[in-house]
Design a protein around this ligand. Structure first.
Ligand code: NAD
Ligand code: DAO
Ligand code: ZN
Length: 369
């Protein structure tokens, strides 16, 4: 079928709106009509050329929501008409990783996903007979996309696509880091580094689980108002702190954070996030993705004395199991997504969404199909 898509032909160039050919779903696959997709920093990172897995030409996008319009042979878990969120972290429930119950990083299609093809080694997208590669197994910057059935989460039909698409990455990454990765207890004191599209979701999850203190750290004073609306109790702008930031935060949290979250992708703030944690038990969760090749450091005694350093991908969420629950939390009013979606646009104006993100003017831009 012919499909309208925003194609990334080469690194560093704007996306180009094209009509591409999409082959139908094969065994174990589904065809999804996208209704909305968010634009995330990871799309921009890959478009910049810095992502070692970036393969051009490709169709970016990994934060979508839509409807199953066709299924291939052998598909059992979804059917035509189901509302779904594509999953860049699939959940096969059969691989060693899924069965371990220790991680959400299902590996069953990892190799092919990482090189932009479907599990049979081929792309379903093409232009004039030449392949256009998939991206993160999702390619949501297209009107239609093909996905393995293990890479879609079935969601309730009353959930609005233009809001719950954000659960496909940003919301789940931030909320899941609190609920699944750190398993933050009520009454905890937390420090959140970076109050953007991920950090604000950490803040609202910290409020949801009943944290006593939620400190937000950001260089941008404009982030304060929204963060307070989402539950932040204290705002710290590092530029306004006299002396070292770490002792300031330890003092503010009366001995150190029970949990801290790094939502920037900066190795300096990763170290600060670990070191502002409470001696004996504080845990720091790295969510931000640092530049390729970057390294983190601290004094080992920070860990000897009980602080724990860990990381979180897609919030530690098992997509097919946990994403529908997060949709419920939104529909029940426990999570606010509406105020984080600051801009919407048709596919033809998708490059404006990238510009707004680079200028720091948006929290989330959503493309509506
Ligand atoms: P964002 O740009 O919207 O937010 C980052 C915030 O950090 C901004 O408000 C900025 O002002 C602030 N900031 C920048 N440098 C700072 C510094 N030195 N000190 C204090 N504040 C600073 O980004 P985002 O969309 O929220 O993404 C955050 C990170 O999470 C990115 O690295 C992204 O790639 C990553 N991410 C990780 C996962 C995962 O599964 N682990 C998923 C999605 C995104
Ligand atoms: O299993 O090796 C693997 C793949 C893990 C992917 C984790 C992705 C999280 C970080 C990238 C940001 C996604 C938008
Ligand atoms: Zn698996």
């Amino acid at each position: 079928m012919d499909v309208k898509a925003a194609v990334a032909f080469e690194a560093g160039k704007p996306l180009s709106i094209e009509t591409v050919t999409l082959d139908g779903p094969r065994a174990g696959e589904v065809l999804v009509e996208l209704k909305a997709t968010g634009i995330c920093h990871t799309d921009a990172y890959t478009l910049s050329g810095l992502d070692s897995e970036g393969r051009f030409p490709c169709i970016l996008g990994h934060e979508g929501a839509g409807i199953v319009v066709d299924v291939g042979p052998g598909v059992t878990s979804v059917r035509k008409g189901d509302h779904v969120i594509p999953l860049y972290t699939p959940e096969c429930r059969q691989c060693e990783y899924c069965l371990s119950r220790k991680t959400n990083l299902c590996q069953s299609i990892r190799t092919t996903q990482g090189i932009g093809v479907m599990p049979d080694g081929q792309s379903r997208f093409s232009i004039n007979g030449e392949p256009v590669w998939h991206y993160m197994g999702t390619s949501t910057f297209a009107q239609y996309t093909v996905l393995p059935e293990i890479a879609v989460a079935k969601i309730r039909e009353d959930a609005p696509f233009d809001k719950v698409c954000y659960i496909g990455c940003g919301v789940t990454t931030g909320v899941g880091a609190v609920v699944y990765t750190a398993q933050v207890e009520p009454g905890s004191r937390v420090v959140v580094f970076g109050l953007g599209g991920i950090g604000l979701n950490v803040v609202q999850a910290a409020r949801m689980v009943g944290c006593a203190q939620i400190v937000g750290v950001d260089l941008n004073p404009a982030r304060r108002e929204l963060a307070e609306k989402f539950g932040m109790t204290d705002f710290v702008n590092p530029k306004e702190v006299e002396g070292d930031l770490v002792p300031y935060l330890v003092n503010l949290t009366k001995g150190g954070a029970d949990y801290s979250f790094e939502c920037i992708g900066n190795t300096t703030t990763m170290r600060q996030a670990l070191e502002c944690c409470h001696k004996g038990w504080g845990q720091s969760v790295i969510i931000g993705v640092a530049p390729s090749g970057a390294e983190i450091s601290t004094r080992p005694f920070q860990l000897v004395t009980g602080r724990v350093w860990k990381g979180s991908a897609f919030g530690g969420a098992r997509g097919r199991t946990d994403v529908p629950k997060i949709v419920d939390w939104y529909m029940d009013g426990k999570l606010n997504i509406d105020d984080l979606i600051t801009h919407t646009m048709p596919l033809e104006r998708i490059n404006e969404g990238f510009d707004l993100m680079h200028e720091g003017k948006s929290i989330r831009s959503v493309v509506l199909y």
